[in-house]
Design a protein around this ligand. Structure first.
Ligand code: ARG
Length: 269
């Protein structure tokens, strides 16, 4: 079901690939910054044209990965679980996000005890929090999130380093129904795959090529699914289920190992 959303994004004014903390990042490969900015602006404008509100976070010249705003926190029912980054290169982003929430009137802002990379590894369904582990977020962040939000956490083991965050391998399509997700099974351990098959028998199953194009790194408002346009194999299965896929090109931001969802934090409630 479509509902208007509120998103937080951070302009890629200082985006660069100067270090490598995931297999997509190659500091030897040049980044076209004006193109990255144009692609990001077109994503932001796409959300606005769909009726959503987009807030902007001030970028920091020393934090080139800040454009991936999804990693800064998880917000559900207006409660904010801050992030704690796995890599020192991104550590300072966590405080910038917490400060933003505090000054915007979010009353409950928790500085977490355990490593978690926000919506990179947490996804929200109608009843559950789906939580990734294996590369970034600590398994201990799962009970911490369950306690903080009072929602059952389903832990999922990521096994392929190319899909190092849950949001590179799975997308919630409708957060008012539990069954509505799409995912790439081979990013998960056999046991987690079985869990996903049990919870989501009607899921859209993505193939390797669409996963590599970051097709699962998508943002849905319950009707429109904004996703990388290169993930061509996902468009028909989405339409068959009544969704409207909206393709965008974030090719420059892919060089940092992120796409649509990585650039978009959702402010829920
Ligand atoms: N370069 C960033 C990192 O490796 C990309 C983060 C992508 N964000 C995401 N939500 N998957 O941390």
């Amino acid at each position: 079901m479509y509902t208007p959303r509120r998103y937080l994004m951070c302009p890629p004014a200082y985006f660069a690939v100067t270090y490598s903390i995931n297999p997509w990042m190659d500091p030897a490969k040049p980044v076209d910054l004006p193109l990255a900015v144009a692609q990001w602006e077109s994503l932001r404008d796409t959300y606005r044209s769909l009726g959503h509100t987009v807030e902007e976070l001030e970028p920091d010249p020393e934090l080139p990965d800040m454009v991936y705003a999804a990693n800064g926190a998880l917000v559900v029912d207006g409660r904010v679980l801050g992030a704690r980054f796995a890599h020192p290169e991104r550590a300072r982003e966590a405080a910038v996000h917490r400060e933003w929430y505090r000054t915007r009137g979010f009353a409950e802002v928790r500085e977490p005890e355990h490593v978690n990379e926000g919506e990179g590894d947490f996804a929200v369904t109608a009843s559950w929090l789906l939580a990734g582990r294996g590369f970034r977020s600590s398994p201990l962040s799962h009970p911490e999130a369950q306690e903080f939000f009072g929602r059952p956490v389903v832990g999922l083991d990521l096994v392929d380093p190319r899909f190092y965050h849950l949001d590179t391998a799975l997308c919630v399509l409708d957060d008012t129904r539990d069954g509505a997700v799409m995912y790439y099974p081979r990013a998960f351990s056999p046991g987690s795959r079985a869990v996903l098959a049990r919870l989501f028998p009607d899921a859209v199953i993505a193939g390797e090529a669409d996963a590599r194009a970051f097709g699962l790194n998508a943002v849905s408002d319950g009707h429109h699914v904004v996703l990388p346009q290169a993930a061509v194999g996902l468009f028909e299965p989405l339409r068959e289920r009544g969704y409207e896929p909206v393709g965008v090109d974030l090719g420059e931001l892919l060089k940092g190992g992120g796409s649509v969802k990585c650039c978009t934090a959702e402010l829920r409630g």
